[in-house]
Design a protein around this ligand. Structure first.
Ligand SMILES: [Zn+2]
Length: 310
């Protein structure tokens, strides 16, 4: 008998980055930059079941996607459903709030419903060039606002080069940071001038921050940092190095339902329905598992997310 399928997630896995889009019951923000087709909670659970080696879905961290702006109601409704007694899924959320107006009561209520962090997303709109000073003040303001909440994190989706400039600032933060989608570190297919992907801007600083325990790195959204679908083999050298250097700081995530990319939205009306990408998740899973090795695979699927989210 073969051991559990190489392309399925082990029992107890946390898929730490998924989204729910239910535009009929929860309309998108009027200031959104794109309008994804629907991806309801039922479809998320079917997907999660399909990549699990057990007969039930994985545990889930649902992340507020940009089309909902700061209206987290779709997210917390999904958390309520999943955390009800009838579900055997543990679910947590990462929300987006307007930090200048969010009250302690608002944040406390999000905590009660299962939210455990806030997201700062610079990459979903085409207009994404931020100065380091602006980014630091956004992070500092968010970190101060959530400091009274136990177990909360800040999740950053930024380009990889920012880690160099952010290094001393993040070393002084008390709130853990989750770096989305390999921390924005790209494979050679995304940058033909890159002879050594491990020498690209930001990488050494990202490793330094992870070694110091300040940053967790989400191994997710490989199609955002590589053009080598379906297997994204140019990322092997990076993922392997992450596993060797910071195995206790990695998190697995599918990034379902695989939303598109900001650069494709520049000339498209914001209300045109946008379809999701077709991704071979089982191939991605078997590649990641082979690249990181069995012990790190168990850590990134189970032990590390349990430490953060359970
Ligand atoms: Zn995502």
């Amino acid at each position: 008998m073969p051991s559990p399928a190489a392309d399925a997630l082990p029992r107890g896995t946390w898929d730490t980055h998924v989204h729910v889009f239910e535009p009929t019951s929860h309309p998108y923000s009027s200031t959104r930059s794109y309008s994804p087709v629907e991806a309801p909670l039922t479809a998320l659970l079917n997907f999660s079941n399909s990549i699990s080696s057990t007969d039930s879905p994985t545990n889930l961290v649902i992340v507020q996607p940009s089309p909902y702006g700061t209206d987290n109601s779709c997210l917390v409704d999904a958390l309520d459903d999943l955390n009800s007694n009838t579900s055997n899924v543990n679910a947590r959320g990462i929300a987006v709030v307007d930090i200048s107006s969010a009250t302690k009561d608002t944040l406390q209520e999000l905590h009660r419903r299962g939210v455990r962090g806030l997201r700062i997303n610079l990459e979903s709109s085409a207009n994404n060039d931020f100065t380091v000073e602006r980014l630091e003040s956004m992070i500092a303001e968010s970190a101060a606002a959530i400091s009274f909440l136990p177990g909360w994190v800040l999740q950053l989706y930024i380009k990889g080069h920012y880690w160099d400039a952010l290094l001393p600032f993040i070393m002084s933060l008390r709130v853990p940071i989750i770096a989305d989608h390999l921390g924005g570190i790209v494979g050679s297919s995304k940058n033909s001038g890159l002879t050594d992907p491990l020498a690209q801007p930001g990488y050494t600083s990202l490793i330094h921050l992870a070694k110091a325990g300040h940053v967790y790195i989400k191994v997710s959204g490989l199609y955002r940092v590589s053009n080598k679908a379906p297997g994204f083999e140019d990322l092997q050298v990076i993922v392997h190095d992450l596993a060797r250097q910071v195995p206790d700081q990695l998190l697995y995530a599918s990034d379902w339902p695989h939303t598109g990319e900001a650069k494709d939205r520049i000339s498209r009306p914001h209300d045109a329905p946008e379809r999701f990408r077709e991704i071979d998740d089982r191939l991605v899973i078997s590649n990641l598992r082979a690249w990181v090795g069995e012990s790190t695979w168990q850590k990134m699927c189970i032990d590390n997310p349990v430490r953060l989210f359970l």
